[in-house]
Design a protein around this ligand. Structure first.
Ligand SMILES: NC(=O)c1ccc[n+]([C@@H]2O[C@H](COP(=O)([O-])OP(=O)(O)OC[C@H]3O[C@@H](n4cnc5c(N)ncnc54)[C@H](O)[C@@H]3O)[C@@H](O)[C@H]2O)c1
Length: 399
């Protein structure tokens, strides 16, 4: 069994992976370009919110099986878990992957494994190989593969072990060798394919979700136009034995589903039609929600001769979390504020925010002139509300 693992990038994916492997008998070096992250980990602490992770890191650091550093060192296995965002215009940015690959080129040696875990455009694993080769590494004796990550934040420590994994080798031998490494700590099935298929599989999973949510979001817009209750419509249509429509919402957020489909669209061009339109529909839904709220604001103003207060219930990108990254609910709130609307922000999962005043949801439910449900947090489901309600995420459906 390979013993020493070097993980590049100690974020939501890299740090839990490092901590898990360290607790599974590997000697782990976690590398990050952020000195604060390195110091935090070396002190046995964590800089991200994830249940159980603190205990894993504290134990591994105390047991001297996990340490962090700013530079990669010799190891048997290298895992790249760095960000893959996009540039303006939805152009994939693999600069972090290229930098990370370059940073290991002086220490990687024959027989090592190099694994790309970052969600990546098709062809990125080949790029890792070419970066290493151009830096003078003999890649013919290195096992290079892509192993995409599909964990759910909030359940990462369990899902790292239990989820099935796809390993896409640059060669068949690389795929098999890297799969054997994952089988030492994964209880789910480890499925081997080639690198391009593995890259596309991860992008496909997130695009599948995006396309299906777009269908529900389009139905919600059409239902509003046709004066139909979309929740009842979907509930009834789903009674068909082979129909399973998802629920509409304020849009699609987070750093995966709202981002990864663009990697396919960028490379696929005019052939990535449904994936592109789905992205556009889900982005449009957020604008539509804002416009829909403004209609009611103007109607209130005309009727009562004053500005209404709008209780914006939820800012996170999905229910029952505190994560605001790429959040459509946050975008709606900010658009309303930018239009001069008296919008009251409510986010029960956050204690405070650096620039937004957060209000108590009980208070707002009593004081607001109009309540708009933007995220279906559990707290809102049994909340008594007397005023006008616009429900964009199904909070009132189970009442
Ligand atoms: N977070 C998730 O739930 C999730 C799920 C599946 C896949 N992914 C994918 O995993 C990858 C990593 O995501 P994340 O959420 O962990 O990102 P993150 O932003 O939380 O962490 C990335 C870390 O990498 C560090 N870094 C950047 N360049 C580096 C370099 N050259 N060398 C060493 N460290 C470097 C950053 O300082 C940061 O600490 C992305 O491709 C993402 O799409 C994330």
């Amino acid at each position: 069994m390979s013993k020493k693992v070097c993980i590049l990038g100690l974020g939501y994916i890299g740090l839990p992976t490092a901590a898990l492997l360290a607790n599974q008998g590997y000697q782990v070096l976690g590398v990050d370009i952020s000195p604060e992250v390195v110091d935090t980990v070396n002190n046995g602490n964590i800089h991200i919110i994830e249940p159980e992770l603190d205990a894993y890191v504290a134990k591994a650091v105390a047991g001297k099986v996990l340490k962090a550093g700013l530079k990669a060192e010799a190891a048997d296995v290298f895992i790249l878990a760095v960000p893959t965002p996009f540039h303006d215009g939805h152009i994939p940015n693999v600069d972090y992957v290229v930098d990370a690959a370059r940073s290991i080129s002086s220490v990687v040696k024959a027989g090592d494994m190099v694994i790309l875990e970052s969600t990546s455009p098709v062809g990125t694993t080949e790029k890792v190989e070419s970066v290493l080769r151009e830096a003078g590494t003999d890649t013919s004796s290195i096992y290079i593969a892509h192993c995409p990550e599909r964990v759910l934040p909030g359940h990462i420590m369990r899902e790292l072990v239990e989820n099935d994994r796809i390993v896409g080798g640059l060669t068949k031998e690389s795929g098999e060798k890297v799969a054997d490494f994952y089988r030492t700590f994964v209880s789910g099935e480890v499925l081997v394919t080639d690198a391009r298929t593995a890259e596309m599989a991860k992008l496909t999973e997130n695009s599948f979700r995006d396309v299906n949510i777009a269908f529900a979001n389009e139905l919600s817009i059409l239902s509003d136009k046709f004066n139909i209750d979309v929740w009842e419509l979907i509930r009834l249509a789903n009674r068909h034995p082979r129909v399973n429509i998802l629920q509409p919402g304020t849009g699609v957020g987070g750093h995966c589903i709202a981002v990864d489909p663009w990697f396919i669209v960028h490379a696929g061009g005019d052939d990535a039609r449904i994936i592109k339109v789905a992205r556009e529909i889900n982005d449009y839904k957020t604008e539509w929600v804002t416009e829909r709220i403004l209609e009611d604001v103007y109607a209130f103003r005309d009727k009562h001769g004053r500005e209404p207060s709008i209780g914006c219930m939820g800012l996170a990108f999905k229910p029952n979390i505190d994560d605001l990254r790429e959040s459509p609910a946050l975008e709606v709130f900010q658009s309303l504020v930018a239009k001069g609307v008296n919008a009251l922000a409510v986010e029960p999962n956050l204690k405070k925010h650096k620039s937004i005043v957060l209000n108590d949801y009980h208070d707002v439910s009593k004081s607001a002139d109009i309540i708009v449900y933007l995220v279906a947090h559990n707290e809102f489901k049994s909340l008594p509300v007397q005023c006008k309600v616009l429900d964009f995420c199904g909070v009132t459906v189970s009442k």
